[in-house]
Ligand binder design. Structure first.
Ligand code: AHR
Length: 500
């Protein structure tokens, strides 16, 4: 059976915020050390930043880069990470049972962002685990105040005369999780987040603040946590965070392929919770969603790896290698985010390099693209503009977790110049899926490109030994005639169809 939908410019979801293509750099494993930063590497520049990695980060098209954690931030002492490198202390990182050298810190992070280019933006988290209002304010003053105060002058003394201009701030990380250093109840966190937000706005009313939502939808406190936190912070914050990671459980690949069903319903539940609190407060204000950690993560493997650590520096942990199947799921998660672009205005693929990442590196050696690199890079490149409302009429397949799920998952984005890109996933593992799209009100006449990521071996991946094994290829036979797009989506595939 054929999957179908209609695109009409009169029916839209909303404008894509470029921050939807954010990423995340945490002091965790080799994300920073030997990932983005490796003095002595053949491609390292004067700041110790790997140029080969920077090139891939630019190609990936990331925007907001969240930093420095993650769980790491809940023990973070920002002042350890600034000033002369030789004076920076070595500290225990409780979150990842590692030793933090502080060789890379705040100034190096900003230098990294500036080198990515103008599209990159800082997204800085403050520590609300072991610390509180005072330290958040000190960090904000050090980072953003132009000059003439102790901390802004200290920044200049450290070599950064220009303020960092950080607008987007996370008020802690996953404070609902019992694993979080300084874990809090919703009431405790809500009060602390509110007072931190109030004070940060006293320094600069223009900051944009993200309150911690639940660390996963499966938390027992989910939704109640968001409601309680927002009751305290509604007028003081702009976003609430969502985190979700997906992996196949019990080899159930069919459910794994439908992970976006869960992600979409998670988003809709958080929107409903935000709007419920808004209604109770009789507020006109709308809280947006910051999906600031999302990815495929074989988390069950990582737990044992971390538990076995004995305080090493930059250990090889959470270094998932991604297959074609994983890339198709990741593409579908991107589609889910785009389909909710009216409310999800920030999203961060966790993480950027080596740690559950689209980019891998070898110390002293090469950097390469994982399979998951491709859907992200293509969505960031072509998913800019207005999301069109896509209601699919699709054949379905049975899943253990989500019941009958659509074989087709899709969205479409119309760019300013009127061109349209359809992003589509065929979740079916064995059969091609014919697709028909009615383009009625859109003045489109040609197929510019149909790019597909699929492979005869769904487990194929890019590795150090074979870094270019998997890449998107051109699909044949896609046509646009009389306002009707016809394509065939290969089994288990991520598709980008560009129309002009
Ligand atoms: O991204 C890895 C970890 O996952 C983060 O540190 C934490 O916030 C989440 O649990």
């Amino acid at each position: 059976r054929t999957a179908r939908f209609t695109l009409d410019p009169a029916f839209t979801v909303g404008e894509v915020n470029p921050r939807l293509f954010g990423s995340f750099v945490e002091h965790l494993g080799r994300c920073v050390y030997t990932g983005i930063f490796e003095p002595g590497h053949p491609t390292a520049d004067a700041d110790g930043l790997r140029q080969d990695v920077l090139d891939l980060v630019r190609e990936l098209g990331v925007t907001a880069v969240r930093y420095p954690g993650g769980n790491f931030v809940s023990g973070y002492r920002w002042e350890d990470s600034v000033g002369p490198v030789q004076d920076r202390p070595r500290r225990l990182d409780l979150a990842w049972r590692s030793t933090e050298t502080n060789r890379f810190g705040l100034s190096e992070y900003i230098a990294f962002l500036r080198k990515i280019g103008p599209r990159a933006e800082p997204m800085m988290a403050v520590n609300l685990g072991t610390r509180g209002v005072a330290e958040a304010l000190e960090l904000q003053e050090y980072a953003n105040h132009p000059s003439g105060t102790a901390l802004s002058d200290l920044r200049a003394e450290h070599g950064d005369k220009d303020p960092f201009g950080i607008r987007l701030w996370c008020l802690g990380n996953e404070m609902d999780g019992p694993w979080q250093t300084g874990h809090k109840t919703a009431e405790e966190y809500g009060r602390l987040a509110a007072e931190t937000a109030r004070a940060m706005r006293q320094i600069d009313p223009g900051v944009e603040l993200v309150a911690c939502g639940s660390s996963s939808r499966s938390m027992e406190t989910f939704a109640e946590w968001e409601a309680t936190v927002l009751k305290e912070t509604y007028d003081l914050v702009d976003h609430i965070s969502l985190h979700a990671y997906y992996e196949p459980h019990d080899a159930d690949v069919d459910s794994f392929l439908a992970s976006a069903v869960d992600m979409e319903s998670f988003i809709e539940s958080v929107v409903a919770t935000c709007d419920h609190v808004g209604a109770r407060l009789k507020s006109e204000k709308r809280i947006d969603l910051s999906f600031d950690e999302w990815n495929v993560w074989y988390m069950s493997r990582s737990q044992a790896e971390v538990a076995a650590l004995d305080w090493p520096e930059a250990p090889r942990i959470l270094e998932d290698s991604y297959s074609v199947t994983d890339a198709v799921v990741l593409g579908s998660l991107l589609i889910a985010l785009l389909r909710h672009a009216d409310r999800v205005t920030v999203a961060c693929l966790a993480q950027l390099v080596n740690v559950i990442a689209p980019i891998m590196t070898e110390p002293g050696g090469p950097a390469w693209r994982q399979t998951t690199f491709f859907p992200f890079a293509q969505a960031s490149k072509y998913g800019r503009g207005e999301v069109l409302d896509v209601r699919v009429d699709s054949p379905t397949y049975g899943t253990k977790k989500y019941g009958e799920a659509d074989l087709l998952h899709a969205t479409a984005v119309r760019a300013e110049d009127g061109t349209v890109t359809v992003f589509a996933v065929n979740r079916g593992r064995t059969e091609p899926l014919p697709l028909e799209v009615a383009l009625g009100g859109l003045a489109l006449t040609s197929v510019v490109e149909h790019s597909v990521l699929s492979d005869a071996d769904p487990d194929a991946r890019n590795t150090l030994a074979e870094p270019e094994r998997v890449a998107p290829h051109a699909a044949g036979g896609t046509t646009l005639d009389d306002g009707r797009l016809s394509a065939v989506l290969e089994p288990l595939s991520w598709n980008v169809i560009r129309l002009a």
